[in-house]
Design a binder for this molecule. Sequence first.
Ligand code: FAD
Length: 432
Amino acid sequence: MEEKFAAIVVGAGPAGSTAAYLMAKAGLEVLLIEKGAAPGSKNMFGGRMYSHALNQVIPGFWAEAPVERPVAKEIITLMTGDQCLSISIQDLSWTKPPYHYHSFTLLRAEFDAWLAAKAEEAGAMLACGIRVDDLLIKDGRIVGIRAGEDEMLADVVIAADGVNSLMAQKAGLARMFSPGQVATGVKQVIKLSPEEISRRFQLEGNNGAAQLFVGECTKGMQGGGFIYTNKDTISLGLVIKAAELQKTQHKIADLVEEFKHNPHIRPLVEGGEVVEYSAHLVPEAGLDMMPRLYGDGILVAGDAAGFVLNLGYIVRGMDFAIASGQAAAQTVIEAARNNNFSRQSLSQYAKLLKESFVLRDLEFYRKAPHFLENRRMFEVYPQLACGLMSRMFTVDGSPPAHLLNKVLSQVKESQAGLAQLAGDGWKGARIL
Ligand SMILES: Cc1cc2nc3c(=O)[nH]c(=O)nc-3n(C[C@H](O)[C@H](O)[C@H](O)COP(=O)(O)OP(=O)(O)OC[C@H]3O[C@@H](n4cnc5c(N)ncnc54)[C@H](O)[C@@H]3O)c2cc1C
């Protein structure tokens, strides 16, 4: 007879491992299945996780988790060919109480392996190197999974299998996404000594930096560049809307090389050795690509549910994945108590997500993905801002002009009129 679990979790990313950890801790029999040879071996991200969600699940997790550096410095850089304009903030309170470390840079191979091991320690069974191919459906409800020849039964399946979730599609809860709804990310991990990293980014001790780039690095396409400092590596990469890459036929692998060799970036990574290269999709359409979150015997969590927020200056997916894994676990624990895994019983999941920051924040920023489709953000405004700053600091014997005149002539030279600039500024301030 096939073994039956209370819950099968598909995918040992942050969403799946959190759900498995909490359910196992509550005494449920849990199977956590990962297609990669080890948790994290198939995963990538830019590099920074906001701490608040995991701190709810494992208070003070940083004392034992393989985190790299607490982020103490944020930099946003607008780039044109020759110019770049950076706005930077260093806030040391992010590395102290009461923030209890606001965010950390991480490497997913180590972090995901640690979180999955926590689930195992709590009693979950972890099966790696197994790709789940299908769901078992009986009388209209999900009763387990099929992986190759093997069938495994469960009261409930949690689809935590990431962007383009096969499980959510098989359950009829989601459709295949369109290129306009996702971005492609590529990343290089570049090795340098810890002292050199701290020196180049002007950081004290093990403090870290997160730098986002807009403009030239994506050739004006919707997206951006990123650099995150780890202990002895730098994560550097680009995220660009898949539809834009398709349209322009640019190769993101070439663009990332160009980005790395850009004279503004080269001094930061020079002499470093590339030790890792990876690529992955990012869900970017916000609530517009959210599937139905539950069905009879199934819940959908993390990227599989489209829970990613990209505001251009902040990228969040990990904290949503962890909190949705937590809400999924709470729902299943309650369903097991009542021995009721029906759609109606599992609807508690959506209620918990609405009460948590997950759906609150996604709802709050609902219009952000549409706003960021505006090409002026990636082409015209970086040029305008860099041009204006350059004018302010240029002394070349030309007749002087007051600041207002400099602003007006810079706007005139840009492809955006004053009205458009004011309109975009007003909209941006309300939406982002
Ligand atoms: C380029 C890039 C930059 C990003 N930057 C950031 C950032 O700086 N900060 C941030 O918070 N977020 C960032 N994100 C988003 C973040 O990576 C995701 O939101 C997060 O990883 C989602 O976690 P998850 O557990 O839902 O899915 P995933 O981490 O994708 O995990 C899903 C797991 O399921 C497994 N799986 C898939 N299908 C199957 C199957 N059929 N059978 C078995 N196993 C399966 C996969 O191997 C994987 O391990 C970034 C993403 C990308 C791509």
